[in-house]
Design a binder for this molecule. Structure first.
Ligand code: FAD
Length: 404
């Protein structure tokens, strides 16, 4: 059977599953949680996940088809406060035990349980494998002590994807273990951190003798680095794939074009028009690259190529929003509310505060999910096959690595 025929039969399977599902589940008449629960049970949550865990075991690009059909039928868009589902879901389905998958995937998908990511530490960001949050075994539980930082929406999180050091005598990439931690459990404290937008979208998280049952471990003991890579690859693809728009919508460049059109005719000079056209072309390249990457994805988890879109999007967003604010002249600097606030959602698209907000928020794009320098290192080494950077502490036991 040719690849095209296999792809067509997979598409037909999804179309049939959607017809059957929509015949008895009307999103305009059902509560959103109940609708998403039924969608999970029908295997239409993540079609590339296994049957019984929200999927149909098919190719991931068919998720787009599901999304389009359900939106057309009146289903609500995914709540942005559940963004971390795109990271935790694939991590759990790839590395979690059957019990872990059963416990976490469905309420994650319905939005009844929200997730956050507890990776970065004050001394471990780009070099995340150097982290020092300790988990020590105590019978059927682990006792966790340490500090995480920059944890987006952790103040809303019910569960945290937590990576810890369980064996300090191993080199840093070994001896790490991954858990789901209950954010409401004793010993877990979440403190807000304010960004230049005025919002405290992210937080510090302190864990003091917090207890995590071993049944909430994701992956084997000492395999935390490998499990975390699944999260990180999916994070880069989720960030990179989100902003380039889709076949109909082009993302932030649309707003820039609108601002340009509203400028008085005598201010629409050729130099700015030239800049606008260059940005528009870049935006198209980003959009088409994302569509091609989605089609090329074979199954399951994305590879290092996911860093291409993440890098392009981060750098593009900074440029396009900066240009929009420049076009606005003095207006670009006023009428923005810098008041401290703790958002109840991700505000990356600048819905609140418009382009002034997007301009400030876009500064974080080249840091969150891995910096642009780190994306270039990944692409250079893992995609282009260039020589790696010197890593002098790679084989040293973590405990012996000099740190502040
Ligand atoms: C808005 C936002 C949201 C975030 N959300 C989360 C979250 O939810 N959960 C979470 O765990 N973390 C989160 N982070 C943290 C983020 O992952 C880290 O900030 C990021 O990985 C960089 O780490 P760092 O801040 O410690 O900087 P550092 O690693 O200290 O880097 C400082 C500078 O040195 C450069 N650099 C470092 N190493 C190299 C190298 N080998 N080669 C070249 N240059 C290098 C970096 O590019 C950077 O410019 C978030 C960050 C932001 C800004």
């Amino acid at each position: 059977m040719s690849t095209a025929t296999i792809a067509d039969s997979a598409r037909a399977t999804v179309e049939t599953a959607l017809d059957t599902f929509l015949a008895t589940n009307d999103p305009t008449k059902m509560d959103n949680i109940a609708f998403r629960g039924a969608r999970f049970d029908a295997g239409l949550a993540w079609v590339h996940f296994p049957v019984g865990h929200g999927g149909l075991g098919l190719r991931p690009e068919l998720n787009r088809l599901v999304e389009e059909r359900l939106r057309k039928a009146g289903a609500e868009a995914q709540d942005p406060s559940t963004f971390f589902m795109a990271l935790a879901g694939p991590t759990i389905v790839t590395h979690g035990s059957e019990d872990v998958k059963k416990r976490f995937l469905r309420p994650m998908f319905t939005g009844e349980e929200k997730w956050c990511q507890l990776f970065s530490e004050p001394g471990a960001g780009s070099d995340f494998a150097g982290l020092g949050t300790r988990a020590v075994r105590d019978g059927d539980e682990w006792i966790v002590n340490g500090q995480k930082v920059w944890n987006t929406l952790a103040h809303l999180g019910d569960w945290g994807m937590l990576v810890t050091r369980t064996d300090p005598d191993q080199p840093k990439h070994k001896g790490m273990t991954y858990f789901a931690i209950d954010m409401h459990s004793a010993g877990v404290e979440v403190r807000p951190l304010r960004q230049i937008t005025g919002e405290a979208e992210f937080n510090e998280v302190y864990m003091t003798d917090a207890r995590v049952p071993d049944s909430q471990r994701i992956g084997e003991i000492g395999e935390g680095w490998r499990v975390a890579l699944t999260t990180l690859m999916n994070e880069r693809t989720a960030i990179g794939g989100g902003g380039g728009g889709n076949a109909k919508r082009r993302g932030p460049i649309d707003e820039t074009v609108r601002i340009w059109k509203e400028r008085p005719a005598d201010q629409r000079d050729r130099a700015h028009l030239d800049q606008l056209m260059r940005l528009w072309c870049k935006s198209e390249v980003l959009r088409l690259t994302n569509m091609r990457a989605a089609q090329a994805a074979k199954a399951g988890n994305p590879g290092p190529e996911g860093s291409i879109a993440k890098l392009m999007l981060a750098e593009f967003n900074k440029k396009v929003t900066e240009f929009s604010v420049e076009l606005m002249g003095a207006n670009g600097m006023i009428d923005y509310d810098y008041t401290f606030r703790r958002p109840d959602n991700l505000s990356v698209d600048g819905a609140e505060g418009g382009v002034r907000h997007s301009f400030l928020r876009s500064r974080a794009n080249s840091i969150e999910g891995g910096t642009s320098e780190i994306m270039r290192n990944i692409l250079g080494e893992q995609v282009l096959g260039l020589p790696g950077e010197p890593r002098v502490d790679k084989d040293l036991p973590w405990i012996k690595v000099p740190r502040n």
